[in-house]
Design a protein around this ligand. Sequence first.
Ligand code: PLP
Length: 395
Amino acid sequence: MANTHGRHFFMNPGPTNIPDRILRAMDRGTIDFNSAEFRAISDQCFAGLQRVFKTTQPILGYAATGHGAWEAALVNLFSPGDRVLIVESGYFSLNWGLRAEAFGLQVETLPNDWRRTADPAKLEARLRDDRNHEIKAVLAVHNETSTGVAHPVAALRRAIDAARHPALFCVDVISSLGSFDFRMDEWGVDVTVVGSQKGLMLPTGMAFTGVSAKAIAATAAAKLPRVYWDWRRLLGQGATTQGYWNGTVPVHFFYGLQEALRMLEDEGLDNVFARHHRLAEATRRAVRTWRRNDGPEIFSIDPAGQSDTVTAVLLPEGHDADKLRQIALDRFNLSLGGGLGQLKGRLFRIGHLGDLNEPTVLGSLATIEIAMELAGVPHGKGGVQAAADYLVSEA
Ligand code: PLP
């Protein structure tokens, strides 16, 4: 029988744990979304989001998951036949590309080893080659949740500039925003795509796009049909924040978002990032210890690319990561992320983002050690101790 005692340890890299403060903030009656009271709440939320995105440009929201915001970016910016360049990083980058293909775009992939960070020099070289500027946009994923590799967005921007290429720069920050550093304006990002259920600690179901003036200008020439996602419609005439919703506004999400933003600002974004880094590094210390004795290893090879929100752990050949996950869940009530696409069964993913603390991470690492033992996965002993030693050194 499955162990359902105690707290369910939910360590997937999204959705993430919803803090009690946010649940309580959402536990209130609805109000008219056309009222001044709601308008004040939504204005406050969009202003707060701008601070988290580090932008002064408009942010538009939808009742959707990240997939919706991906699609919003595509239909607002492009016409059938337009060429876009996907910076390959893993399952999510390729999926964004598949959606672009479904809309009749020509999708070119800048190939990249999933275990490594994207190479800005390769992007620059490809863009320099594109003398007629056929590539309309570069699409990249900041933190590839399927691999646990964080990609160098600022350096990719510099590569676009170095090639003097006018392509729009669209970045998926779905598993980085609010967890580690992202700067929409400073890094010259034209479209920022995010969902509610990771660093923002909300339930799944809202998505946002930050849009630059250049992106808004591009919508005029874009011919793909759009109604729900139409940025011009949502923005309203000359407005700098969302002035219109298609249908009923998800008021309760805004109650939650207001509280999430308060939590991020009470802690201070830099402290939030430092906490994520500390918990991620503790996790990495454990996995590096497990690596001994031909045990599992961190999937992300470049140390600079090892993500502060998710660690993907590659099992030794011949061992099934899904079996290990099942033991962790059934026997100990610990949920871990699985491998996606071609990585299914090869790795498991530890999500260490959102509302988490040291005991939760240490308890999860200890449980993974037990599950590895039970599943017969070879590993070096002492991973939890290595994580704890690191946390002592950082205290
Ligand atoms: N992009 C990244 C990097 C993700 O991690 C995810 C989901 O985990 C998505 C896109 C898809 O977002 P959603 O599941 O909210 O549609």
